[in-house]
Design a protein around this ligand. Structure first.
Ligand code: GLU
Length: 450
């Protein structure tokens, strides 16, 4: 039995974005580092905004990241359980019906503020007599339900922030149930955490005050309180808020831009921590000894450029076996081999760029005569070594050309590169030459012979 169990709890009201990905990855890595596992909990109590397509895309993203789950649970399937707990809390006198309209609440708030009092709900509905409550009901006013907070200090040792203490008398009693009877996130989350025996809750620091309320709920329900951790949120590199416009990207967009799953994992595990971001090929290297206390209290600054650079580093050392499937789909050729991958992997930002180099090697390039270098390239053609070729062919051939022409460096290599690949930069030609092969190399040089 898994003792340490964590959960990732997105609402299927949109696609997962980079901030969600960080929460997911931190949860997964930490759960694994303590010998536990992760449950996916779909927070779909808001049926109006929840959509199946977002659920599907969450599953797709988690699959892509290669994150294994202990279980998947949907809150929409647990309404009966929440209702039982609701009734229990009503009996305990912890949940009370409220009848004020938004307008009335706003008025009270303003009045409080103008008198220099904190805008805290005054529990007016708690003081209603049963007769007054009946009157509201007979007028067809439907209640919403607030949780009667104990006015006490709630303290916990946060997995990231250390000792925390929140004075609950500074909050309004939170609304747990809407007038239409649907549940807000607060209570179902606690019920599920209890039901699933969640041992550690790790989430964004926007939930810190929820935690105080939820700890009171765990206590009221006589349940074991999980360990809580709250990570700082993500901002743009310049410190501004993440938003769709300023580049808060969905995981789908990140994937489509050619970022590898392992790149995103490395990035999210270490961004905003006191450790450097590494380019590990295997998530186990991150899991071993993962230390949440290294996550900084200040926001994590996201930069897509940094992510791209990390992706390049990851690709440089990525094994052929780990990309073989992707490459085969890309170039539609099952005979793709390791030499191809090894020769280009240092020169691509994403695996999809391999296609360009594949076409240069195995397809036709737009060969043009290079007037300025026609004699030079004709000579190169004439002294092209006979087969068999090996990894020394390039250096012995170019050495020979250099001796005959006196050219060195760029003057020697660039015209050859352009003639052979049609590009003025790219992979090392020593191995590339072998892949292009003698027939194509001859053909590409020959057009320069007058
Ligand atoms: N659905 C909540 C959210 O996405 C979950 C928060 C939690 O982890 O408890 O913010």
């Amino acid at each position: 039995m898994t003792v340490n169990k964590m959960r990732f709890a997105p609402s299927p009201t949109g696609n997962l974005h980079i901030g969600n990905a960080r929460t997911l990855i931190l949860n997964y890595i930490f759960a694994k580092s303590i010998g536990g596992g992760l449950v996916l909990r779909i927070d779909d109590t808001d049926q109006e905004r929840s959509e199946e397509r977002f659920y599907n895309s969450i599953i797709k993203d988690i699959d892509w990241l290669n994150i294994d789950l202990l279980d998947i649970k949907k809150q929409s399937e647990k309404t009966e359980k929440y209702k039982q707990v609701r009734d229990q809390l009503i009996i305990q006198g912890k949940l009370y019906p409220c009848f004020e309209s938004d307008e009335e609440l706003n008025k009270i708030r303003k009045l409080n503020l103008s008198r220099g009092r904190p805008p805290i709900y005054d529990r007016a509905s708690l003081k209603l007599s049963s007769k007054q409550i009946e009157e509201y009901k007979s007028k067809g006013v439907k209640p919403y339900w607030r949780y009667k907070l104990d006015h006490e200090n709630i303290a916990w040792k946060d997995l990231i922030r250390g000792d925390q203490s929140i004075d609950c008398s500074t909050f309004s009693d939170p609304v747990l149930i809407r007038t239409d009877g649907t549940f807000l996130y607060t209570l179902p989350s606690v019920v599920d955490d209890i039901d699933m025996s969640i041992s550690h809750v790790l989430r964004g620091e926007d939930h810190v005050s929820n935690t105080a309320t939820q700890i009171q709920l765990f206590k009221a329900l006589n349940a074991k309180i999980p360990n809580f951790g709250h990570h700082s949120l993500m901002v743009q590199k310049d410190g501004s808020r993440m938003s769709k416009r300023s580049g808060s990207m969905s995981l789908g967009e990140i994937r489509d831009k050619g970022i590898e799953a392992i790149t995103l994992i490395n990035y999210c595990a270490r961004i905003g921590t006191s450790d450097a971001i590494e380019a590990y090929q295997n998530i186990d290297d991150l899991i071993y000894n993962y230390d949440l206390t290294k996550i900084s209290r200040s926001p994590a600054r996201f930069s897509f450029d940094d992510l791209t650079l990390l992706n390049k580093k990851i690709l440089q050392n990525k094994s052929f076996s780990s990309v073989r499937e992707q490459l085969t789909k890309l170039v539609l050729d099952k005979n793709i081999d390791e030499n191809f991958w090894n020769s280009i992997r240092a020169n691509i930002n994403s695996v999809s760029e391999s296609k360009k180099w594949w076409d240069i090697i195995y397809g036709d390039i737009d060969c043009k005569t290079d007037k300025d270098n026609a004699d030079f390239l004709s000579l190169a053609y004439n002294i092209l070594p006979h087969e068999p070729w090996d990894e020394n062919t390039w250096s012995s051939w170019t050495k020979n050309i250099s001796e005959k022409t006196g050219r060195k460096g760029k003057e020697l290599y660039l015209p050859l590169r352009i003639a052979l690949t049609g590009e003025n930069s790219g992979p090392e030609l020593a191995s590339f030459l072998l892949l292009i092969g003698i027939d194509k190399v001859s053909k590409r040089l020959k057009i320069n012979i007058k």
